[in-house]
Write a protein that binds this ligand. Structure first.
Ligand code: HEM
Length: 136
């Protein structure tokens, strides 16, 4: 396993272990930063919110998301735009909020190498999402 992969896995495991309210915190920070997103998600129950976060963690744990998940991302971004009215800029914001939240929730193992690895992976995910949005 690459060092980058190991650091990302360690950070996510630490955040999940040290912060039992991790998902709740991510959504709260997301809504505080973008009240329009809270409006869009007001009807969404905890189960669906959990499913969405599980997919986002899966993408974050995927080494080359553009290669493995481009079809999936085209499908989700299409559904998100057409059925849920999600705006393109909301993806970058959610990614920024995820980084900021993980920094604190995984503080026990966080450091410059973890920051660089998680940031790089989130950038790759956002780039793949932007390509999917262009293909919609
Ligand atoms: C990497 C980014 C994202 C991924 C992988 C993702 C994935 C998912 C998944 C798997 C679901 C569950 C139902 C389904 O499969 O459609 C879902 C639901 C939803 N997502 Fe996302 N999502 C992402 C970003 C966003 C963003 C930025 C918003 C903005 C507010 C958003 C809003 C919603 C809403 C409103 C629903 C509920 C749909 C409903 O059941 O009515 N998502 N998302």
């Amino acid at each position: 396993m690459s060092v980058e992969q190991e650091l990302i896995e360690r950070a996510l495991e630490c955040a999940a272990a040290d912060d039992p309210k991790l998902n709740e915190r991510i959504y709260k920070n997301f809504y505080d930063a973008m009240p329009d997103a809270e409006q869009l998600m007001s009807h969404v129950d905890e189960g669906v919110r959990g499913k969405m976060m599980a997919e986002i963690y899966r993408l974050l744990l995927t080494k080359d998301v553009a290669a493995s998940d481009s079809d999936y991302l085209v499908f989700e971004t299409k559904t998100h735009a057409n059925s849920y009215f999600v705006q393109p800029e909301m993806y970058r914001l959610l990614s920024d909020v995820l980084l900021q939240t993980l920094r604190l929730s995984a503080a026990r193992v966080w450091g410059p190498a973890v920051e660089a690895s998680v940031s790089r992976r989130l950038n790759a995910m956002t780039t793949a999402i932007n390509s999917a949005l262009i293909n919609n």
